[in-house]
Design a protein around this ligand. Sequence first.
Ligand SMILES: Nc1ncnc2c1ncn2[C@@H]1O[C@H](COP(=O)(O)OP(=O)(O)O)[C@@H](O)[C@H]1O
Ligand SMILES: [Mg+2]
Length: 247
Amino acid sequence: MNATVTPTETINPLMLRIAELNVYYGESHILRDVDLSVPQGKMVCLIGRNGVGKTTLLKTIMGLLSPRSGDIEYANRSIVKTSTDKRARLGIGYVPQGREIIPRLSVKDNLLLGLEARPGGRKGNEEIPQSIFELFPVLETMLARMGGDLSGGQQQQLAIARALMGQPQLLLLDEPTEGIQPSIILEIEAAVRRIVETTGISVLLVEQHLHFVRQADYYYAMQRGGIVASGATAELSNAVIQEFLAV
Ligand SMILES: Nc1ncnc2c1ncn2[C@@H]1O[C@H](COP(=O)(O)OP(=O)(O)O)[C@@H](O)[C@H]1O
Ligand SMILES: [Mg+2]
């Protein structure tokens, strides 16, 4: 992480290391020589205005897009040639932008779908761990409801909870507070911070809300598909905030 190596960071091994990544959509060069790392047990936030390539990066980490060049290492092994399913079973959880819960399945069945990502797959007799409801109490009261009948904020909590059901070691969250009312934003923020602090899961977050961005340990700022600034969020300057966040 360039000039910002801290003592903590040298102790924490890297959960994710992206090096010189280049991704195209057809002939459009979207990601340009992207370098980015997520230390184990830390929360890293990727910021940048609309259309700069943040979602493209998360999709490439998940294997939904193939890079033209560069490497992605997860837990010290290259995964660029690994299938999306296998990446999920290796412990990468992904909550896509727009959440994508299944509207016509109950909350409970949406959660149980998350079991598919466990290393051994789904066995059929698993229960939903109480820790999920401690993070997102509202879900426990709505298990029988259809996913599509939940509010936007509740659907987002469901999407994060479903990813946790797969017991990930790295969680990728793409704009989890987009279009969500402020009080729920604070709840989601607190839950994500708590996940990092109590489980040791590493998080790579794409986010526009400054208050949430500040919950992260480190930030990277993206512009036109390249990383143009990075460091500790404690040192986020107003200039960086104004340039890269829609505040
Ligand atoms: N399926 C696609 N085909 C072609 N271009 C795309 C596609 N999806 C996104 N793009 C383009 O790639 C760029 C980056 O998009 P995206 O990664 O979604 O940005 P962000 O998440 O930062 O808003 C944008 O210019 C967008 O128009
Ligand atoms: Mg996006």
